[in-house]
Design a protein around this ligand. Structure first.
Ligand code: GLU
Length: 542
């Protein structure tokens, strides 16, 4: 296309691409990755995986990890959405080396990192394509495009702007000038070089070679509002940001032939691409993609509301993305995630299944590494955001609750592993609060008459100053004296001779003290409740 017409279409002061080549020099880092979310006001679990993987991959290889905000879809813009992206990444300990740190501030020399602020660079790209007849203006109206789509559907043809449907593909320059004179609005399209019936292998780091048809659709590259489309913008951005690896959702795999074409049109070496399969869930026995609309667990905030510690969620996401992580974890239980050698080749490429049992287990293991003070602090931070009443209770009973959380935790070798989400802890410890405590006689393993009898024998012997061994000795002795067998084996030998076993007696005490048939260390619980409360609860069984 002649220079004057190019200038008329895209403007006079548009810089040549060489300007940007110089401004954004090649980097010395061998690996450069990015996460490029669109600020929609929603952080999908898939967005988080698409952030964790490039971050780990870059940082494990002394590379650079960037955040780029893809905000060219003005209709979808939501207030506070950029802050949500930044704070969610922060919560996950994902710290980009370059990119926005707030809605208005960014760091790094390859910016701006908001696509909406990169128009000058995109215009240079358009200029290059126009000059080299690799792009052209399209004056089609919505109605014309609709009409073409209808005809294609009627003819059972692929929809799209290609072949004879690409009305302005070969428009003579005089026609373009005439339409410009008439003030007709236009957009820019890419002149696709491919043939649909030809297939080619495209490289994906995770999936290997993928056979796909070449692209023959002249896609829109710049819209009438002057903003680029994703396809075009990502090619320009990833080239000038010097991205070496584009790690993104599977939904873009089908566009890879087009994207490679764009890079080829500019004469640039494309980055390596790795596409991540979407997370799936089991629904009535069938696997399906997590739905943003239907599944609350698609939203990352769901996990925070439930009170999964962020470390556990992160570990779980890495697990989902890369099943080798499980072996690493088994071999290195205390080794931090940061030491895991993240390989894109090992990414799960068939769509991992969301598995709450696994997440719960990871979370249990993680909570077990926390001291009572650390757990208390986390619980308070969580409660301040999600459960005001609990926050108040935690503050008013700080030392008491810390001592409760310390049971089978501080200074023990085998830490309890029953807590897996912070939102359930309040319920787990409720029996320590008199107004929340109750018990059910149905839980007694023996008749009420027997309960009364054993309590009459046990209560007078209860010594609150006894140590744990002495305390348990006394339970056993009292049980034996009252006709309870040492264990099930002894009882089975002569069932008639016993009322029950020592363990039944322990259950009676547990039900009276905690209202449950299972609990952590009963001795520790009685010590925390104190002598008076313990005796009061025991006497309630009489
Ligand atoms: N904005 C695109 C998305 O959110 C980014 C895809 C990419 O990482 O290139 O899907």
């Amino acid at each position: 296309m002649k220079k004057e017409l190019v200038e008329r279409l895209i403007g006079k002061d548009v810089k040549d691409l060489s300007f940007w080549e110089e401004k954004f020099p090649q980097r010395s880092a061998g690996i450069v990755t990015r996460v490029a979310p669109s600020p929609t006001g929603f952080m999908h679990i898939g967005n988080m995986i698409a952030a964790v993987i490039p971050e780990r991959f870059a940082h494990k290889n002394n590379g650079v990890f960037m955040l780029r905000i893809e905000d060219t879809d003005t209709k979808r813009k939501v207030d506070g959405a950029v802050d949500l992206v930044i704070s969610s990444l922060n919560d996950f300990g994902i710290v980009p080396d370059e990119g926005p740190v707030s809605e208005t501030k960014e760091v790094g020399n390859y910016g701006p990192y908001f696509q909406s602020q990169r128009t000058d660079i995109y215009k240079s790209g358009i200029k290059y394509l126009l000059e080299n007849d690799l792009g052209y203006p399209c004056f089609c109206t919505e109605e014309e495009l609709d009409q073409a789509r209808k005809e294609q559907t009627a003819l059972k043809m692929r929809p799209g702007y290609y072949g004879k449907w690409a009305k302005y593909r070969n428009a003579p320059e005089e026609l373009i000038e005439k339409l410009l004179d008439e003030g007709k609005p236009y957009i820019f399209r890419f002149r696709a070089g491919g043939e649909w019936d030809k297939k080619r292998y495209f490289d994906d780091v995770t999936k290997g070679k993928v056979l796909m048809p070449e692209n023959d659709i002249d896609i829109v590259i710049m819209k009438s509002d002057g903003l680029p489309t994703y396809h075009f913008a990502h090619a320009i951005d990833d080239h000038f940001m010097r991205t070496t690896h584009v790690i993104r959702g599977d939904e873009w795999l089908a566009s890879l032939p087009l994207h490679i074409q764009l890079f080829e049109a500019f004469g640039w070496t494309p980055p390596k691409y790795a596409h991540i399969a979407p997370i799936q869930k089991l629904d009535d026995g069938n696997r399906r993609k997590l739905s943003k609309r239907k599944d609350p667990e698609a939203n990352i905030s769901y996990y925070f509301e439930q009170g999964y510690p962020v470390e556990a969620i992160k570990e779980y996401l890495i697990n989902l993305a890369n099943s080798n992580f499980e072996d690493f974890k088994k071999a290195n239980p205390v080794n931090p995630i940061e030491n895991f050698d993240f390989k894109l080749e090992n990414l799960n490429n068939s769509g991992a299944l969301l598995d709450f049992k696994k997440l719960d287990n990871i979370s249990k293991e993680f909570i077990a590494t926390l001291s009572s003070s650390e757990l208390y602090d986390r619980l308070l931070i969580w409660a301040e955001q999600y459960d005001e009443k609990l926050a108040k209770k935690l503050k008013e009973n700080k030392d008491y609750i810390k001592s409760i959380l310390a049971i089978e935790r501080d200074g023990v070798e085998k830490v309890r592993k029953d807590f897996y989400i912070l939102s359930k802890i309040n319920e787990e410890i409720s029996f320590f609060f008199n107004d929340e405590f109750s018990f059910d006689k149905k839980d007694f393993p023996v008749s009420e008459e027997f309960v009364k009898e054993i309590l009459n024998a046990y209560i007078p012997t209860y010594n609150h100053s006894a140590n744990k061994e002495e305390w348990f000795e006394n339970v056993k002795e009292t049980a034996a004296k009252s006709g309870y067998a040492k264990n099930a084996k002894e009882k089975d030998k002569d069932p008639e001779a016993y009322k029950g076993t020592v363990s039944d007696v322990a259950t009676i005490l547990r039900v009276l003290i905690t209202g449950r048939t299972q609990s952590p260390d009963l001795y520790a619980i009685m010590q925390i409740l104190g002598k008076d409360e313990t005796l009061k609860r025991l006497k309630a069984g009489l």
